[in-house]
Design a protein around this ligand. Structure first.
Ligand SMILES: Nc1ncnc2c1ncn2[C@@H]1O[C@H](COP(=O)(O)OP(=O)(O)OP(=O)(O)O)[C@@H](O)[C@H]1O
Ligand SMILES: [Mg+2]
Length: 452
C-alpha cells in the first residue's frame, strides 16, 4: 500500500520532474556552448594578433617608415616571423640611411664642382657623347658673349654652329678639331665679336666616358701686352740708336753749306743750298719722330695727383681755339665730374693727340667741328672723355690695329699718336676705344677710373 502510494506520488510528480531536468540540462548545454564559443573567439584572437601586427608593419613599410618595430609576444612560428620582419625593416632602414648619405655626398660634390666651375676664370665648355652642350660656365659665357647660357644647354653642336654670334663662331672653329681623332688638342682661335677681336687659347680633352671638355682663356690682353712691350723696346732702341748721329749730321750739313756756299758758282751753290736744306729739314723731321718714339717708350714718371678732367679739357681746348683753322670746338662737360688720380702732363698729351687727329682729319673743311664730352659712368666708378668729329672717319681697315705704333694713313704721320694715347691711358688703369659714328666722323673714348 505504502509503495503504491509512493508510486502514485511519483507518477503524479513525473511531469514536473521531467520538465525541471530538461530545463537544467538545456541550461548546462547552453552554458557549455557559450563557453566553447567564447574560448574559440579568444583563441582566434590570440592567433590573429601577430598577423594584424604584421599587416600594420607591412603598411608602415609601404609608407616608407622603416622605424616601426612590431611587438613580439610569443615564441612560436608566428613570433619568429615577427622577429624576422623586424630584422628586415631594420636592415632596410640601414640601407636607406646609407643610400641617403651617399646621395648627400654626391650632392655636396656636385655643388662643390659647380661652384668651382662657376668661379673659374677660365671658360669651360663640355659636350656629351652625342655632341650636345652640357656645361657652359660663367667665364665661358662672358668670354664668348653669351647672354643666357641656360638656353644653349642641351642643344646639339650642329644647331649651335648655325647661330651667328661669337659662340657659334667658336663652336664652328672648334668642331673640326673635335671630330679629329686626337685625345687632346691645343688651338688658338681668333674670334670677331661685337667688342672687337678676341684671341682665345683652347685646350680640348676627350673624356673617357665619351664627350669632350674644352677649357679656354681669353689671351687678347696678354698678347696685346706682349706686343706693346715689344714695341716699347723697339721704340727705346730706335730712339737711342737714331738720335745720337742726327745732331752731327745736321751740324755737318750746315757747316758744308757755310763753308762752300760762297766759293761755288751760282748753279752749284743753288744745288748745295737745296741739298743742305733738305738734309736739315729731314733730320729735323727724324728728330721729332724719334722724340715721339721716345715719348711712347717713356716709363711713367709717377707725378700723380688729383686731376680735374674738365679743367684739363678746357685748358687744352683753349690752346686749340686760336688755330683750329675754321673748325668749331664744342665742349660738353659734365658738372660735378669726379676727379681722377693721374699725371696731368701725360693726360694733357693724350688730349693733344686726340685733338690733333680730329683737326687733321677735318683738314680745311669750313663746317668741321670737334666735340669733347665728359661724363661720369652710371656707377660713379669711372670718368669718360669722348672726342668726336664730323670728318671722314677712321679707315675701316685700320680700326683693328689703330692703337698700334706705325699705323697711319698720313704721309708725314708717325702713327705713334694713338699708340701713346693707349699707353698713357693704360698706365692710369683706363681703357680707350675708337669707333666711327653712324652719321660720319670718328669718335674716340677714353675711360679712366674715378679717384676715391
Ligand atoms: N679723328 C680721326 N678721324 C679720322 N681718322 C683718324 C682720326 N684719328 C685717328 N685717325 C686715323 O688713325 C691713324 C693713326 O693715328 P695716330 O695719331 O696714331 O697717328 P698719325 O696721326 O697718323 O700720326 P701722328 O700722330 O704722328 O701725326 C691716323 O693716321 C688716321 O688715319
Ligand atoms: Mg696723330
Amino acid at each position: 500500500q505504502k509503495a503504491v502510494g509512493r508510486y502514485n506520488q511519483l507518477l503524479y510528480l513525473r511531469r514536473p520532474l521531467k520538465q525541471s531536468f530538461m530545463l537544467t540540462l538545456s541550461l548546462v548545454l547552453l552554458l557549455a556552448v557559450l563557453f566553447a564559443a567564447w574560448a574559440a573567439f579568444q583563441w582566434a584572437q590570440r592567433l590573429l594578433e601577430p598577423i594584424r601586427e604584421l599587416a600594420r608593419g607591412t603598411r608602415a613599410v609601404a609608407r616608407g617608415e622603416y622605424g616601426e618595430r612590431l611587438a613580439v609576444s610569443r615564441l612560436d612560428d608566428l613570433g619568429m616571423l615577427l622577429q624576422s620582419f623586424n630584422e628586415m625593416t631594420e636592415r632596410l632602414a640601414e640601407a636607406r640611411e646609407a643610400a641617403e648619405a651617399s646621395q648627400r655626398l654626391v650632392e655636396r660634390q656636385r655643388a662643390y664642382l659647380e661652384t668651382l666651375l662657376e668661379n673659374l676664370s677660365s671658360g669651360v665648355v663640355s659636350l656629351d657623347p652625342q655632341g650636345r652642350l652640357r656645361t657652359l660656365n660663367r667665364a665661358a659665357a662672358q668670354i664668348l658673349g653669351v647672354r643666357a647660357p641656360e638656353r644653349l644647354i642641351g642643344r646639339d653642336i650642329e644647331t649651335l654652329r648655325r647661330g651667328n654670334d661669337t659662340f657659334a663662331l667658336f663652336i664652328d672653329q672648334l668642331a673640326a678639331q673635335l671630330h679629329g681623332a686626337d685625345e687632346e688638342c691645343h688651338i688658338q682661335l681668333a674670334l670677331q665679336g661685337k667688342e672687337g677681336r678676341k684671341i682665345v687659347m683652347c685646350h680640348g680633352v676627350r673624356l673617357p666616358t665619351g664627350g669632350q671638355v674644352i677649357v679656354f682663356d681669353d689671351v687678347t690682353a696678354l698678347i696685346q701686352a706682349q706686343r706693346d712691350a715689344a714695341w716699347a723696346e723697339v721704340a727705346r732702341r730706335l730712339a737711342h740708336e737714331i738720335k745720337n748721329p742726327l745732331t752731327p749730321i745736321q751740324l755737318s750739313a750746315e757747316r758744308l753749306r757755310r763753308k762752300l756756299l760762297g766759293k761755288l758758282g751760282a748753279e752749284e751753290a743753288r744745288i748745295l743750298d737745296r741739298a743742305t736744306q733738305t738734309i736739315v729739314a729731314q733730320v729735323e723731321a727724324m728728330k721729332s719722330m724719334v722724340n715721339a718714339f721716345g715719348e711712347y717708350a717713356r716709363q711713367p714718371r709717377g707725378e700723380v695727383g688729383m686731376v680735374d678732367v674738365n679743367q684739363l679739357v678746357r685748358d687744352v681746348a683753349e690752346l686749340y681755339r686760336a688755330n683750329a683753322a675754321g673748325a668749331r670746338l664744342e665742349l660738353d662737360l659734365a658738372p660735378e665730374l669726379p676727379k681722377v688720380r693721374a699725371d696731368a702732363d701725360r693726360l694733357r698729351q693724350v688730349l693733344h693727340n686726340l685733338f690733333n687727329n680730329a683737326l687733321e682729319a677735318l683738314g680745311e673743311r669750313g663746317d668741321g667741328w670737334v666735340r669733347v664730352v665728359t661724363r661720369g659712368s652710371a656707377d660713379g666708378e669711372a670718368v669718360e672723355v669722348e672726342v668726336s668729329d664730323n670728318g671722314p672717319g677712321i679707315p675701316e681697315e685700320m680700326l683693328e690695329r689703330l692703337f698700334e705704333p706705325y699705323v697711319t694713313s698720313k704721309s708725314r704721320g708717325t702713327g705713334l699718336g694713338l699708340a701713346i694715347v693707349k699707353k698713357i691711358v693704360e698706365e692710369h688703369g683706363g681703357t680707350v676705344w675708337a669707333e666711327n659714328r653712324p652719321e660720319g666722323g670718328a669718335r674716340l673714348v677714353i675711360r679712366l677710373p674715378a679717384a676715391r
